[in-house]
Design a protein around this ligand. Sequence first.
Ligand code: ZN
Length: 166
Amino acid sequence: MREQDLNADFSQGRGVGWIDGVETPISISAVTDLISNGGQQKVVITDEGRIIALGSPERCFTAAQRRTIQLRDGTCIIPGCKIPAGMTEIHHAIPHSESGPTHTDNGVLLCWWHHRYLAASGWNIRMLRGAVQIMAPPWLETGPRTWRNATTSRTRMTDAAERKNG
Ligand SMILES: [Zn+2]
């Protein structure tokens, strides 16, 4: 396979990826999610063993960014999902491939399941001045679709209650 074909496959989300020590291949979307979440770095190697692409580690959220986003979001941000922050992944609200920065203003917590199936689920996520907003999919919303603030962070909810009570 030509080098251009391999790069095109990866950038267009085709093909499969491999995890060291695991026999079964994983989808390119799972590879992309792992790269953004866990500090991995993309490397594309030809069948002949030549490294033809080395991704930037800037795509990966740092441990400090992760802790901050976990404090802000509390759990997976999909309403009703109670997966705790420590078991979530960080999703680029604006994809890295569309120049979305690896910044706390562009990272949100999603559980593994909601991260993998976000596009198919119909949930929409956006950041408004650094705060997470979410819009339910059409099949779940009975009225007009609206953006809502999303947080289950106990820290932020306690802060809001204290402000409200003076
Ligand atoms: Zn979830």
